[in-house]
Design a protein around this ligand. Structure first.
Ligand code: CUA
Length: 362
């Protein structure tokens, strides 16, 4: 008698594909936006509950599968077996298999509820003893605004925080629902119109951590990303000082003097002066400002420090000269819909000059 091996082969190849996918997923470096590598206190507490639950579930799985296999082999049918006893229902058994899962859930609820309470309230002091840093987050279609009331700073798409100091994040939205999520620091928190939501966390390790909008908010929801840069308190103070210095330095460009002489006086390339003028004449300044300290209200993202930001276009394009020029020249080619209705006509040379100017904004 020959048994077809096709289903077995199909099953083995499926298992192989699944196994490969599983192994590939183990490389955390390729997936930096991971909730499995917590870098802050909030995320560590949540991760602890997750791991605890996974281990308990693994233990229960092994016990259940072992009992199942034992029953299958122990009570398997033999050729000369009589007809088994026919029965319907067993009250005792049914009570037992209702009580056991309920007890398991009660066990899981203990660390879960404890963590919910532990993470609900913003701590009064940071682990390093300092007062938590208040950061106001405003969601926009499709970018993030960050405000630091303590320093009067406004910036966009790149949030800077000091390691060891708790961040008290308070969120609102300019338009529709969004959701603020930096998986390595905390869980997701929805951002609602007409309501403030809060989350908090303390970064334990310096680094640049990707974040994303986690609530569908329109066509470019998938490109509503941002970075959280956690740095030592000295570096953070330096970042604050640079915002202040850069905001104070701005003077409207001289539109009449020769470019070369202005460049020589300022110690920059003529391209930078050209870019500075273009920023006004191409009406970029109508929606954007470089001023981080108490900036005038603008509809576009604040551009303070744009020259050194990690990413552009709300966290998803590397901040290279090439990408930046492309983004200035033809934004709609990169992000199908932005709030730009009619993009400005900018030549390649003009885009290069604007890039040179933007690079001076550190
Ligand atoms: Cu904002 Cu999705």
């Amino acid at each position: 008698m020959s048994i077809s091996r096709a289903p077995l082969r199909r099953f083995s190849s499926l298992l192989l594909v699944f196994g490969l996918a599983l192994v590939a997923a183990c490389n955390g470096d390729n997936y930096p936006q991971s909730a499995l590598h917590p870098k802050g206190d909030f995320a560590e507490q949540v991760d602890h509950v997750f791991r605890l639950t996974v281990w308990w579930a693994t233990g229960i799985f092994i016990v259940v599968e072992a009992a199942l296999l034992w029953a299958v082999f122990r009570f398997r049918g033999k050729p000369d077996d009589p007809e088994p006893e026919q029965s319907h229902g067993n009250t005792t058994l049914e009570i037992i298999w209702t009580i056991i899962p309920a007890a398991v859930l009660a066990f899981v609820a203990v660390p879960t509820v404890r963590t919910i309470f532990a993470t609900a309230e913003v701590p009064h002091t940071s682990p390093d003893g300092s007062k938590p840093l208040l950061v106001e987050v405003v969601g926009h279609q499709w970018w993030w605004e960050f405000r630091y009331p303590e320093y009067g700073i406004t910036t966009a798409n790149q949030m800077h925080i000091p390691v060891g100091r708790t961040v008290d994040v308070r969120m609102k939205t300019k338009d529709v629902l969004h959701s603020f999520w930096v998986p390595q620091f905390a869980g997701k928190r929805d951002v609602f119109p007409n309501r403030e939501t809060r989350i908090w966390f303390t970064a334990k390790e310096a680094g640049a951590y990707p974040g994303a909008c986690a609530e569908f908010c329109g066509l470019q929801h998938g490109r509503m990303l941002f970075y959280t840069v956690a740095q030592s308190s000295e570096e953070f103070d330096q970042w604050v000082a640079t915002r202040t210095a850069d905001s104070a330095r701005y003077t409207p460009p001289d539109m009449t003097a020769p470019v070369d002489s202005l460049a020589a006086v300022a110690g920059v390339s003529p391209q930078v002066i050209e870019g500075q003028r273009l920023f006004l004449t191409k009406t970029c300044a109508a929606c954007h400002t470089f001023q981080a300290i108490n900036p005038p209200p603008t509809t576009g993202p604040n551009l303070s420090g744009i020259g050194t930001r990690l990413k552009i276009a709300a966290g998803w394009l590397d901040n290279t000269d090439e990408n930046l020029a492309h983004w200035i020249r033809a934004p709609l080619e990169l992000k199908e819909v932005t709030l730009i209705v009619v993009p400005m006509e900018v030549t390649e040379a003009e885009a290069q000059a604007l890039v040179a100017y933007l690079r001076t904004k550190r």
